[in-house]
Design a protein around this ligand. Structure first.
Ligand code: ATP
Length: 235
C-alpha cells in the first residue's frame, strides 16, 4: 500500500534521506525510530507531498506522489505532534470545515458519530479548540482522518507529551483503524509504543534505514539495545 523506492532527499551537500526502501502493507502499522535528524519526518513529508524527493519514488496505493499529488493527498491523513486546527472554532466546526475541504458533506449526527469513534467526549464537541488539551486535538485529527476515509495515516510523534491514558487511547484507535485496513507510518521516539503498537519497526540513522524487524520478534530490552547500538554508530 505504501512504498518507498530508493527515496532520497538532499539539501545541498547534506543527504537527509539516503535511498530509503520501505513497503508497508494494507492495515500494517510501521513505526520508524531514529534519533533527531535521522530522516523520519523527511520520509513522512515526502509521502504527504509537502516536500519533493530529490530521487526515488513514494507510492501510495499504486500512485506515485510526485505524479498524482492531488489523488494521493485524498488517500492520506496526517497527525503531527500538535494537530493544526482553527483555535477559535469548535471541534465540530473544525471537523465540518476539514471534511468539506476533502469534498464530503455530513450531517451533524454523522459528524458526532465520527467524533465519538475518535473518542472525543460529547460535552467538548462545541467548545472552542483553544480550550482543548493535546489529546483532544489528536482526537479531532483522528476524526478528520475518519471523515475523509483515509487509507493511510502518517503520524509524526503523535503521542509525545500525551499522558499515559491519552496515549493508550490513541493506540487503541490506531489499532482499530489498522483492523479496518488503514496503513500507518508513525515516526516516534517511544520505543515501547513502537513495540506494542507497531507490526513492524524500522530504525533509521543519518538518513538510512539501518534495521527492520517484526515488532513481535523483539523484546523491549532487545529493541532498546539495538536502537542504542545504531544511534551510537558513526557512519
Ligand atoms: N529544510 C531543510 N533544509 C536543510 N536541512 C534540512 C531541512 N529539513 C530537514 N533537514 C535535515 O534533514 C535531516 C533529517 O531531518 P528530519 O526532520 O527528517 O529528522 P527526524 O528523524 O524527523 O528528526 P526528529 O526526531 O528531530 O524530528 C536533518 O539532518 C535535518 O537537519
Amino acid at each position: 500500500m505504501l512504498i518507498a523506492e530508493n527515496l532520497t532527499k538532499q539539501y545541498g551537500e547534506h543527504i537527509a534521506l539516503d535511498k530509503l526502501n520501505l513497503e508497508i502493507k494494507t492495515g500494517e502499522v510501521y513505526c520508524l525510530l531514529g534519533s533527531n535528524g535521522a530522516g523520519k519526518s523527511t520520509t513522512i513529508n515526502i509521502f504527504l507531498g509537502f516536500i519533493p524527493a530529490t530521487a526515488g519514488r513514494a507510492i501510495i496505493d499504486g500512485q506515485e506522489v510526485s505524479v498524482n499529488n492531488a489523488a494521493t493527498r485524498n488517500l492520506v491523513a496526517y497527525i503531527p505532534e500538535i494537530v493544526n486546527l482553527y483555535p477559535t472554532l469548535s471541534g465540530m466546526e473544525n471537523l465540518e470545515y476539514f471534511s468539506g475541504l476533502s469534498g464530503f458533506s455530513y450531517s451533524r449526527k454523522e459528524l458526532e458519530t465520527y467524533m465519538q469513534t475518535a473518542g472525543l467526549q460529547s460535552n467538548a464537541l462545541d467548545k472552542r479548540v483553544s480550550s482543548y488539551s493535546k489529546g483532544m486535538r489528536q482526537k479531532v485529527g483522528i476524526a478528520i482522518a475518519l471523515v475523509k476515509k483515509a487509507r493511510a495515516l502518517f503520524l509524526d510523534e503523535p503521542t509525545s507529551g500525551l499522558d499515559p491514558h491519552a496515549s493508550n487511547e490513541f493506540s487503541q484507535i490506531i489499532t482499530r483503524l489498522s483492523e479496518q485496513g488503514v496503513s500507518t507510518l508513525m515516526a516516534t521516539h517511544d520505543l515501547l509504543m513502537a513495540k506494542n503498537l507497531g507490526n513492524r519497526i524500522g530504525i533509521m540513522h543519518k538518513g538510512k534505514l539501518r534495521h527492520e524487524m517484526n515488532a513481535a520478534a523483539v523484546s523491549h530490552a532487545e529493541l532498546t539495545r539495538l536502537y542504542i547500538d545504531v544511534v551510537k554508530e558513526e557512519i
